[in-house]
Structure formats: C-alpha cells, structure tokens
Write a protein that binds this ligand. Structure first.
Ligand code: MN
Length: 165
C-alpha cells in the first residue's frame, strides 16, 4: 500500500514539475513581450519626417479647441529614434506614459526619462528628446501659447551626441 502511494506521489510530483516548468516559460515570454511592446493609449499616428527625426517617430495630434492656443499630442519613438535639436518659443511639457527615453537641454547632460516623468522644456532653449537605444518611448506633449510659434527646428542629433550619457 505504501509502495503504491509512493508511486502515485512520484507521478504527481513529476506532473507538477512539468506544469511548473511550462508556467515558468510562459511567464518569461510575457515579461519579454511586455518589455518590447509599449502600452499604447492613442493611435500610432503618422511617421515623422526624416528631415526632423532620426529613426522612426510617430505623431498623433490631439484635436484641441483654438481657444487654448495649445498644440498637444502623443509621439511614439521606436528604440533609437529621436527628434532633431529644436526650440519651442513658449516651451513644452512632456508626460511620459511608457518606455524609456532621453531628454537633453543643450550644454547639460542627457537626462533619462521614463513612464510617469513630467519634463518641462523652458522657452527658446535648444533641446532634443527621443527613445533610449533598446526601449521605445511614449510621450504626450503640450506646447502652449502657439501665437508665439510652435517649434523652430535645427540640425539632427548625431550618433555621437546620442550616445553621450
Ligand atoms: Mn521639444
């Protein structure tokens, strides 16, 4: 009777181990997937011009009433993608909703930005922003006081500048 019980126990243990092993590999898969696929709140939008962005950046503009004199939207930067150097006459507010990216004000070190960060770019200050090398970035932007202008574009961020941290 005891021998029989031992056999049953051994079989149950074996089956359990196989189930555990399967579950573990599924969990790993999901973890990898969630790292690569960023949370999306808005449609992907239109691909940004190669003259203004390095790599793949997609812009989805929000429809705001003109009374607010504010431009807003969502940009999804694929890994390695970033804006050119640029300035906003009235500054810009960024809200990072997923992923990891970089923001740099000229003359200052690159700042790492990630989900939950609120980034303020002062008026008329040269800067750039984009995704990190390995993980994309989802950012919501607000550009206020558009009667002063929205954005003045400058040259691309070189690979050398992008890799400096
Ligand atoms: Mn900006």
């Amino acid at each position: 009777m005891n021998k029989m019980n031992n056999k049953v126990t051994a079989v149950i243990l074996g089956v359990s181990l196989v189930i555990c092993a399967c579950n573990e590999s599924k969990t790993k898969e999901m973890k990898t997937e969630s790292k690569e696929k960023l949370e999306t709140i808005f449609p992907k939008g239109e691909k940004g011009s190669a003259e203004l962005f390095t790599g793949n950046a997609h812009n989805f503009g929000f429809q705001l009433d003109s009374v607010f004199t504010t431009v807003a939207g969502n940009v999804y930067f694929e890994p390695g993608a970033r804006s050119n150097w640029h300035r906003h006459p009235s500054g810009q507010i960024l809200i990072i909703t997923d992923g990891v990216g970089y923001h740099q004000i000229e003359g200052q070190p690159i700042e790492i930005i990630k989900k939950g960060d609120v980034v303020q770019c002062p008026p008329n200050v040269r800067h750039w922003h984009g995704a990190s090398k390995d993980v994309g970035l989802q950012q919501i932007y607000f550009v206020p006081n558009t009667e002063k202008g929205v954005v003045d574009w400058d040259e691309a961020v070189t690979d050398k500048e992008y890799k400096k941290e």
